[in-house]
Design a protein around this ligand. Structure first.
Ligand code: FAD
Ligand code: NAP
Length: 455
C-alpha cells in the first residue's frame, strides 16, 4: 500500500468469513484488490452447503455477499484449491497479504469402537450430501432401518434429525437434492433418537430450532418426563435464558400425547455412546448413562456410570462438531483443529506473527458460531491487517496479476464470478419449472460445464 499501488489481498475460502473479510477490506477507504479464492465452482461456503435446505430465509444472507462481489476491486477465483493448485508460499509471493477463511472441512471423531462401521456417518457428510456438495454425491445412505441415532446436542444434530423426518410437502419447497428427497421419502425410519451426553440445560441447540422439532407434519416429538425431573441436567445457571427456554419447550414436549405420526423424534439426555456394534455393518449402539458433575461455577461435566444399554439401530449420525484441516505450510494447532493465531494474526512456531498472513471464521476460532459471528470475527482480522499495512509490516509487495498466468500455466480453469452467476441462473431456472427455489447442479462436470458456457 505504497504510492498509488493498491493493497493486494488473497482471501482463501468464500464462506461468510471470506466474504465478510473481503467486504471489510473493500470498505476500508484505500485502494484495495481482493482475490477471493475458492476450491468449489460455487461461493458462500456453508450458507449454500451447510444451512438446512428447509431454512431458505437464512440463505438470504447471500444477497449481502452478492453486493460485496459487485464492488470494484473484487474477483472470485473459483475451482482453485490452495494447497493443491496454489501453494501457501506462492500466495505469499503473489499478494501483499493472505487471509485464510477456509472453514472446518472435516468432523471431530468420537474415538469409540465401531466408529467406522458401515452405516456410521459423520453428520458433515450427510449435510454435504443433502445440500448438493459435489464431493459427496457418490455416497449412499441406507435409510431402510427402523431406528436412526443422532449423536450430539448441537444445532447440526437438530438439522440432521429434522431433515430425516421431513414430509413430502415440507421437502417440496426446498433445494434439497433429488437423491436426498427420494431417500428421505422412501426411508423406513420410524424413530430418530437424538443422544445428548449432558443434560437438557446444557444442550447446545437453540430454542427456535428445538421448537421446529415439535412442529413437523409427519413426526411426533418425544421426551421422557423423568429426564427433566431434577439434578444438574435441569439446573439452569442464573441468567441463562436459552437454557430456561429449552427446558420450557422440553417440558411441554414431555406432556404431549403421541399423535401417532409416521415417525418419532426422541430426545434423550445424559447418555453417551460407548461402542457401535455390528457384523460388517451397524446393528446396534451401546450407550452408557452419565452422571453430571458440576464444579459449582456453572460448568457441568458428564461422567459415565456403569449403567450400559444396547439399542438396536441401522444408521448412526455422529454430530459432535466440525474440524479444520491443515494447509501445507500454514501453522496449525492440532489440538484445536484451527490455524495457529492470535486474534486472526497467524503465528509461527515461536508464537510470533507471520508477516502478512491472517485467518478468519471457523478456521480461526473453531467450528462454532452462526453466520453473523463471522462478520465480527473477520472485521477483527481485517482491522489488524490494515494496521499492519499502515505500519509497513506486511513485509513484501505482491503482484496479484501473476496468479492468472500461474494458474493458466498449470492448466487450471478458473471459474470467475460470471461463471458462478451462470450456475446460479441455471439452478434457479430449473427450480422455477418445479416450484422450488432452485434445483442444484451437483456434479463437478455439470457445474464446470455450466460455468464455462458463460464465456
Ligand atoms: P465456511 O462457510 O465453511 O466456508 C469455507 C469455504 O472455504 C468453503 O466454501 C470451502 O469450500 C472453502 N475452502 C476450504 N478449503 C479451501 C482451500 N484449501 N482452498 C480454497 N477454498 C477452500 N449459521 C446460521 O447463522 N444459521 C444457520 O441456519 C446455520 N446452519 C448451519 C448448518 C450447518 C450444517 C453448519 C455446519 C453450520 C451452520 N451455521 C448456521 C453456521 C455457519 O454456517 C458458519 O458459522 C459459517 O458458515 C462459517 O463460515 P466460514 O466462512 O468460516 O466457513
Ligand atoms: P456444537 O454446537 O458445538 O454442538 C456439538 C455437540 O456435540 C454438543 O452437544 C456437544 O456436547 C456434543 N459432543 C461433543 N463431543 C461429544 C462426544 N464425544 N460425545 C457426545 N457428544 C459430544 O456444534 P454443531 O452442532 O456442529 O454446530 C456448529 C455451529 O453451527 C454452532 O455454533 C451452531 O449453533 C451453528 N449452527 C447453527 C444453526 C442454526 O442457527 N439454525 C444450524 C446449524 C449449526 P457438549 O456440549 O457436552 O460438549
Amino acid at each position: 500500500m505504497t504510492g498509488s499501488q493498491p493493497l493486494r489481498v488473497a482471501v482463501v475460502g468464500s464462506g461468510p468469513a471470506g466474504f465478510y473479510a473481503a467486504g471489510q477490506l473493500l470498505a476500508a477507504g484505500l485502494p484495495v484488490e481482493v482475490d477471493l479464492i475458492e476450491r468449489l465452482p460455487t461461493p458462500w461456503g456453508l450458507v449454500r452447503l451447510g444451512v438446512a435446505p428447509d431454512h431458505p430465509n437464512i440463505k438470504v444472507v447471500s444477497r449481502v455477499f452478492e453486493k460485496i462481489a459487485a464492488q470494484p476491486g473484487f474477483r472470485f477465483l473459483g475451482n482453485v484449491e490452495v494447497g493443491r493448485d496454489l501453494a501457501h508460499a506462492e500466495l505469499e509471493d503473489l499478494y501483499d497479504a493472505v487471509v485464510y477463511a477456509c472453514g472446518a472441512q472435516t468432523d471431530r471423531r468420537l474415538g469409540i469402537p465401531g466408529e467406522d462401521l458401515q452405516g456410521s456417518w459423520p453428520a458433515t457428510a450427510f449435510v454435504a450430501w443433502y445440500n448438493g456438495h459435489p464431493d459427496f454425491q457418490g455416497l449412499r445412505f441406507d435409510l431402510s432401518c427402523e431406528r436412526a441415532v443422532v449423536i450430539g446436542n448441537g444445532n447440526v444434530a437438530v438439522d440432521v434429525a429434522r431433515m430425516l423426518a421431513l414430509s413430502e410437502q415440507e421437502l417440496a419447497a426446498t433445494d434439497t437434492t433429488d437423491a436426498a428427497i427420494a431417500a428421505i421419502l422412501g426411508s423406513g425410519i420410524r424413530e430418530i433418537l437424538v443422544l445428548g451426553r449432558r443434560g437438557a440445560a446444557q444442550a447446545a441447540f437453540t430454542t427456535p430450532e428445538l421448537k421446529e422439532l415439535g412442529e413437523l407434519a409427519d413426526a411426533d416429538v418425544a421426551v421422557d418426563p423423568a429426564q427433566l425431573a431434577s439434578g444438574p441436567g435441569v439446573e439452569v445457571v442464573s441468567g441463562d435464558a436459552t437454557a430456561e427456554r429449552t427446558l420450557e419447550v422440553l417440558r411441554e414436549y414431555a406432556t404431549r400425547p403421541p399423535a401417532r405420526r409416521r415417525r418419532t423424534l426422541r430426545l434423550r439426555f445424559e447418555t453417551s455412546p460407548v461402542a457401535i456394534r455390528g457384523n460388517g455393518r451397524i446393528e446396534a449402539i451401546e450407550v452408557v448413562r452419565n452422571e453430571l458433575v458440576g464444579d459449582g461455577r456453572g460448568s457441568v461435566r458428564a461422567v459415565p456410570t456403569g449403567e450400559r444399554e444396547t439399542i438396536p439401530c441401522g444408521i448412526v449420525f455422529r454430530s459432535v462438531g466440525y474440524r479444520g484441516v491443515p494447509i501445507d505450510g500454514v501453522p496449525f494447532d492440532e489440538e484445536r483443529g484451527t490455524i495457529r493465531n492470535r486474534d486472526g494474526r497467524v503465528l509461527d512456531g515461536a508464537g510470533e506473527p507471520l508477516a502478512g498472513v491472517y485467518c478468519a471464521g471457523w478456521i480461526k476460532r473453531g467450528p462454532s458460531g452462526v453466520i453473523g459471528t463471522n462478520k465480527k470475527c473477520a472485521t477483527e482480522t481485517v482491522e489488524l491487517l490494515l494496521e499492519d499495512a499502515r505500519a509497513g509490516t506486511l513485509g513484501r509487495r505482491g503482484d496479484a496479476g501473476h496468479v492468472d498466468a500461474l494458474l493458466a500455466g498449470r492448466g487450471i480453469r478458473v471459474v470467475g464470478y460470471e461463471g458462478w452467476q451462470a450456475i446460479d441462473r441455471a439452478e434457479r431456472a430449473l427450480g422455477e419449472k418445479r416450484g422450488r427455489p432452485r434445483v442444484k447442479l451437483v456434479t463437478w462436470e455439470e457445474l464446470l460445464q455450466t460455468a464455462f458456457q458463460a464465456g
